[in-house]
Ligand binder design. Structure first.
Ligand code: GLN
Length: 484
C-alpha cells in the first residue's frame, strides 16, 4: 500500500484516481478485516461518492495534500449520519447528528472517509480488548493485541486497509498502538487539534492525532487537522505551520534529553539495547545527548488513574438512556431505568472507571485523591518545564515491551494501567509526543515491532517531527509490512 506522500504524487500525475485508490482500500478491507476486526463500520457508498468528488476537484486542477486520500476514523469521533458507537453497547444504535471538527476539516481537504475503527470502549484501555464488539488483532501476530485504545486505527493502517487513520490519545492511545504495529503515532499538543465532536473521555488530556506509516505522512495529516476552532475554546490560537515542509531539518547541535531511570526496571532488554544503539546513531547525526531527570514522573500513572476516572465519571454521566444512549426496557421507575440502561450498556472497564472516579470526587475524599492528584500533576508539568530549559526534546521508550498476547493482561487492571508508564506524563502536561518505529524483536518466530517516543516542549510538534524523521531514516523500518 502507498504512503500518503506516494499516493499524492500518483494522484497528481493522474496515474491513479481517488476512486481507484478508494476501491483498492475497500477491497482490502473486505478481504482482510475479518482476520483482524479493525473496522466497526464501512461506508462504501459515502466513500465512493467522496472519492468521485475528489477526482472532480483533481481534474479541475485543484491540488491539496490530502485530496483523494482514503482514511479511517476511530469510532469515538462523530460522523454525521453514520453510527458512532465508542465501541460501547450503550451507543450501539447511535447515529451522530453532526461531524466532528476534524472530520469536517478532512472533508474540506478532500480526504475520503472509508469508515470507523474499533477501540477500547470509550477509549479506556491499552489493548482494544475492552471493545463491546470484540478485540482487534495485531496484523504482525494475530495472537497478540494491536495496543489501544486506538488499536483498530493502528491495525488498519498496518494492514494497509487505508492510508492513514485518526486516533485519540488521552494517556497513550495513539503512541502505544503505533509502537505495537510499526507505525508513526502523533499526539499533538493539547489544544492543537479541536476536540469538538470527540466523545470525551478525559477532557483535560484528550487529543486527536494521526496514525501513519511515515513521519512525512503524519506531518501532512497534522497540518490539515490542526488549528483554532470556535467550537472548542481550548484550541490554540497560534499559527499552524505546514509541518511536512519542515521535517528534513536534521539534528546538528540539537539537545536530546534521556532519563536514565527509564532504561532500567521493566524495559525489555532487547528494546533497551536497540534504543541505546539508536541514541548512538543520533549522536553521530550531530545531536548532543544529555541525561535529565523527571523526578515526579514516577507518579504519572497513579495521578493519571485518579484524574482520568474522575473526568470519565462526569463525562459518562450523560449516557442515561434518555438524552443519550441505551435501549434497555422493562424498568418502571426512573432509578430502575437508569440502572438498566447504564448497567447493561457499559462494559466492566467503563464501570470500574466510573466507580473509581465517583469515589475520588466524592465529599470527604476529593481533597485526599482528586485535589492531591492535581497538585502532583503541577509538579510533573514543572519537571518538564525544567527539562526543556536544558534540552530540545526528550527521548524515551514508548512501551516497556512489544505487543502482548490477547488475554495476557485483561484480568489484571493494574498491569494494564502500567502500560502507560512512559506515556501518561506527556498527556498530563499536554505536550506533543510521537512514537516512531525503532526496531523489531522476535518472539515465537514472529517479528514484533516496537517504537520509541519523542516528547517535545509545548507547541513544538515541528521539532518532534524533524527528530522523528532522523530516527526513521536510520533503518527505514516503515518499509516492512506484515503478512496477513
Ligand atoms: N491506556 C490509557 C487508559 O486506559 C490510555 C487511554 C487513552 O489514551 N485513551 O486510560
Amino acid at each position: 500500500m502507498f504512503t500518503i506522500a506516494q499516493a499524492r504524487r500518483e494522484l497528481d500525475q493522474g496515474n491513479v484516481s481517488a476512486v481507484e485508490l478508494t476501491r483498492a482500500c475497500l477491497n482490502r478491507i473486505k478481504a482482510l478485516d475479518s482476520k483482524i476486526n479493525s473496522c466497526l463500520l464501512i461506508d462504501e457508498e459515502g466513500a465512493l461518492a467522496a472519492a468521485e468528488n475528489a477526482d472532480r476537484r483533481l481534474r479541475s486542477g485543484e491540488r491539496g495534500s490530502l485530496l483523494g486520500i482514503p482514511y479511517l476514523a476511530k469510532d469515538l469521533l462523530m460522523t454525521k449520519g453514520l453510527r458512532t458507537s465508542a465501541a460501547s453497547k450503550i451507543l450501539e444504535n447511535y447515529i451522530a447528528p453532526f461531524d466532528a471538527s476534524v472530520i469536517v476539516r478532512l472533508k474540506d481537504a478532500g480526504a475520503v472517509l472509508l469508515g470507523k475503527t474499533n477501540l477500547d470502549e470509550f477509549a479506556h484501555g491499552s489493548s482494544t480488548e475492552n471493545s463491546a464488539f470484540g478485540p482487534t488483532l495485531n496484523p504482525w501476530d494475530d495472537k497478540r493485541v494491536p495496543g489501544g485504545s486506538s488499536g483498530g486505527s493502528a491495525a488498519a493502517v498496518a494492514a494497509g486497509l487505508c492510508l492513514f487513520a485518526l486516533g485519540t490519545d488521552t494517556g497513550g492511545s495513539i503512541r502505544q498502538p503505533a509502537s505495537f504495529c510499526n507505525l508513526v503515532g502523533l499526539k499533538p499538543t493539547y489544544g492543537r487539534v479541536s476536540r469538538f465532536g470527540l466523545l470525551s473521555m478525559t477532557s483535560s488530556t484528550d487529543t486527536i492525532g494521526p496514525l501513519t506509516r511515515t513521519v512525512e505522512d503524519a506531518a501532512m495529516v497534522l497540518s490539515v487537522i490542526s488549528g483554532n476552532d470556535k467550537y472548542d475554546a481550548t484550541t490554540l490560537k497560534s499559527e499552524v505551520p505546514v509541518y511536512e515542509e519542515k521535517i528534513e531539518k536534521g539534528i546538528d547541535g540539537l539537545r536530546i534529553g534521556v532519563v536514565p531511570a527509564y532504561f532500567e526496571g521493566s524495559l525489555d532488554p532487547r528494546i533497551k539495547e536497540t534504543m541505546l544503539d539508536t541514541i548512538l546513531n543520533l549522536k553521530k547525526a550531530g545531536a548532543i545527548i544529555t541525561e535529565i531527570e523527571l523526578p515526579n514522573n514516577k507518579y504519572s500513572v497513579p495521578v493519571y488513574y485518579v484524574i482520568t476516572p474522575s473526568e470519565v465519571s462526569s463525562n459518562l454521566a450523560r449516557f442515561d438512556g434518555i438524552g443519550w444512549g441505551g435501549t434497555a426496557n422493562g424498568a418502571n421507575d426512573l432509578q430502575a431505568f437508569y440502572k438498566a440502561n447504564r448497567g447493561q450498556g457499559f462494559g466492566p472497564e467503563a464501570k470500574r472507571r466510573i466507580m473509581l472516579g465517583t469515589f475520588a470526587l466524592s465529599a470527604g475524599y476529593a481533597d485526599a485523591y482528586y485535589k492531591k492528584a492535581q497538585l502532583v500533576r503541577e509538579n510533573i508539568k514543572e519537571d518538564f518545564k525544567k527539562a526543556f530549559s536544558q534540552v530540545d526534546i526528550i527521548l524515551t521508550p514508548t512501551s516497556p515491551h512489544p505487543a502482548f498476547k490477547i488475554g495476557a493482561q485483561s484480568g489484571d487492571p493494574l498491569a494494564m494501567y502500567l502500560e502507560d508508564i512512559y506515556l501518561a506524563g506527556a498527556s498530563l502536561a499536554g505536550l506533543p509526543a510521537i512514537s516512531v518505529p525503532a526496531g523489531f524483536v522476535n518472539e515465537e518466530r514472529k517479528d514484533l515491532p516496537f517504537g520509541l517516543q519523542l516528547i517535545g516542549a509545548s507547541e513544538r510538534e515541528e521539532t518532534v517531527l524533524y527528530v522523528a524523521r532522523v530516527v526513521e531514516k536510520i533503518n527505514n523500518y516503515f518499509e516492512r509490512q506484515p503478512v496477513i
